[in-house]
Design a protein around this ligand. Structure first.
Ligand code: PNS
Length: 163
């Protein structure tokens, strides 16, 4: 069983995340999208809201050969991946600027759990500048994020800012 964990904050999930999930489907039998429950951050969406949005978007993407699960975790990614008996951690690389941070995480995760490899997938170039942080910032300042996040996420962002 080739099981991968795709960890992240997903606050909110973007089309860049979906692109990475789509690209990982042919590589694994199961992908667990793992939402980090990070009490230090001041998120736009609660973990439950993120999980609900991701489930709605990605569960229909499951294929015959690859099942998708959505879960959340606290603590170390390496511990979560080990507990779930994953053999890989998937991370997306958008541009060279991501590489150094991702390399450090991958090496640390390998030190923590040598049996789990990090697999880097290159996001489509149309998502090279798309990050959750930028999406929130642009949205909050009245800019358009259409086409960069799923339509349902954009609706939820609108609902949040109305409250
Ligand atoms: O979507 P993000 O914010 O870029 O994801 C970062 C994430 C969640 C993958 C990273 O912060 C993480 O793995 N956090 C869990 C704590 C941990 O394992 N830290 C050591 C990694 S080297």
């Amino acid at each position: 069983m080739r099981r991968a964990v795709f960890p992240g904050s997903f606050d909110p999930p973007t089309n860049g995340h979906l692109d990475i999930i789509r690209r990982s489907l042919p590589l694994f039998d199961e992908i667990i999208i793992a939402i980090l429950n990070n009490p230090d951050k001041n998120p736009m969406f609660t973990v439950d809201e993120r999980r609900e949005m991701i489930q709605e978007i990605v569960l229909p993407m499951s294929t015959k050969s690859c099942a998708i699960q959505v879960d959340s975790f606290s603590g170390l990614t390496a511990d979560f991946a080990r507990e779930r008996q994953a053999t890989a951690i998937v991370r997306g690389i958008r541009a060279v600027s991501d590489y150094e941070y991702e390399l450090r995480m991958a090496l640390m995760n390998r030190r923590l759990e040598p049996s789990i490899e990090t697999v880097f997938l290159m996001a489509g170039e149309e998502y090279s500048y798309v990050s959750s942080t930028l999406m929130k910032q642009v949205f909050m300042l009245g800019g358009r994020v259409e086409g960069l996040v799923p339509a349902m996420v954009e609706d939820r962002m609108r609902e949040k800012t109305r409250k």
